[in-house]
Design a binder for this molecule. Structure first.
Ligand code: CTP
Length: 403
């Protein structure tokens, strides 16, 4: 899966012959799973039609502050468009547009979007070789790059004028590759190895029965997906769940019992930088597992249970430089109990859920957490979707591990 998958990309098209390549660019970006909206200058429309780009992007194409054809038209809000974007790509970027961008001119919708954008801005210059070499163009590049914009270098080759030199817009597949590499390179968890446990464990009684719990695994899976999206190499050790992973960058190890989870966690812990144990591991398992199905005979049946190994505590006991995160699901004296667990299990962070909070706990799509760090500082969060909660937890870890 591409890092562009799910990203909102605003493509700015300006008026140069390379504008015809914008159609291929839109198609490639859509194929990568990006949501694409196009904003184009009036002169770009002479090279490629809005109809082509709206058909390929499956979105309306914007080019002026109002929609002239429609009397009741509303104002095309450049701020909204710019804030919608996770990434603004201007390709082709003509000398005229680049010079205006460098000087803060805002005489069309594309430039107003540029001035309003808070996301990374990439630009792919396209112009004839002498324009490319002109000192004012060099000055514009320097200025734009100093503002934090990212230049996708023009290629060397035959230009529309028939001259040969630098100035040709990079090919659409090169632009897409450039974007992917640049995003990957800057991901905050790039190169970090994560070990995550999730879901319940099932402790067998006999060949057909087990003791389990209602954990859905949603929280752990959300953390695994979010960590992978931020560039981490993730191993997810999952108990039995009905969930599917959306991200193919996560290595999935399926286990059933607490003992299997214990062994898998120990196999990967040594090489991990961060371990997040969100699984609802059974605290007890049947002392004996019947080899045949237990028949109903007596009125009462007594099961003898024995403690499982505490995976989190065992990792806390052997940890070197790993950042170790545990979960605590409490019903009373929440903070106090969580702080005790943090210390006892030698953790760097504990994520506290209180069963008394609405929207927290098992099976739900939301969670309400409080983070408690080694410094005993508590950070409470409101109820949020589990995907957002995952980001909050990872943000804390990024802050702490880069400190
Ligand atoms: N955990 C674990 N292995 C176990 C039990 C728990 O790794 N055998 C981990 C969970 O994944 C979670 C944390 O320990 O991150 C907290 O589990 P919890 O059951 O709340 O705490 P316990 O230490 O088991 O204490 P108690 O049940 O008495 O509250």
């Amino acid at each position: 899966m591409s890092v562009l998958n799910g990203k909102n990309i605003l493509l700015g098209v300006t008026g140069g012959i390379a504008a015809y390549k914008a159609a291929f660019l839109v198609r490639l970006l859509v194929k990568k799973g990006a949501n694409v909206k196009v904003v184009m200058t009036a002169s770009a429309k002479e090279f490629v039609t809005p109809l082509t780009l709206s058909t390929l992007s499956k979105n309306e194409v914007f080019s002026s502050f109002t929609n002239e054809e429609n009397e009741n038209a509303q104002w095309n809000n450049h701020v909204e468009l710019a804030l919608w974007a996770d990434l603004f790509l201007i390709a082709p970027a003509t000398a005229n547009t680049l010079s205006k961008m460098a000087n803060g001119t805002s005489d069309n919708l594309l430039l107003a979007c540029y001035l309003s954008a808070k996301c990374p801005v990439y630009y792919a210059p396209a112009m004839d070789l002498d324009m490319y070499k002109h000192p004012t163009t060099a000055e514009a590049f320097e200025k734009l790059n100093s503002f934090g914009n990212i230049q996708i270098p023009a290629a060397f080759g035959e230009l529309a004028s028939g001259l040969v030199g630098q100035g040709r817009m990079a090919e659409p597949d090169e632009i897409v590759c450039f974007l992917e590499n640049d995003i990957l390179k800057k991901l905050p968890l790039r190169g970090k190895k994560f070990l995550i446990t999730a879901g319940p464990t099932y402790e067998a009684l006999d060949p057909v029965r087990f003791i389990g719990n209602h954990s859905s695994g949603k929280m752990g899976y959300a953390i695994a997906e979010a960590a992978a999206q931020l560039g981490a190499e993730v191993v997810l050790i999952s108990g039995p769940t009905a969930l599917k992973l959306e991200n193919d960058f996560v290595k999935m190890i399926r286990v059933t019992s607490a003992e299997e989870m214990y062994r898998a966690a120990h196999e990967y812990f040594d090489k991990s930088d961060v371990a997040i144990l969100s699984a609802a591991v059974a605290d007890y398992r049947p002392l004996e597992v019947a080899s045949e199905k237990i028949k109903k005979k007596e009125k009462d049946l007594t099961l003898q249970l024995t403690k499982t190994k505490d995976i989190l505590a065992s990792l806390g006991g052997i940890k070197k430089n790993q950042f170790l995160v545990g979960f605590a699901l409490e019903t009373e004296n929440e903070e106090e109990n969580a702080k005790l667990k943090l210390k006892k299990k030698n953790l760097d962070l504990i994520v506290l859920n209180s069963l008394r909070d609405k929207g927290a706990g098992f099976q739900t799509d939301t969670n309400k957490i409080t983070l408690i760090g080694k410094d005993n500082k508590t950070i409470p969060f409101p109820v949020k979707p589990k995907k957002e909660v995952a980001k909050d937890i990872l943000e804390y870890i990024i802050e702490q591990t880069n400190a």
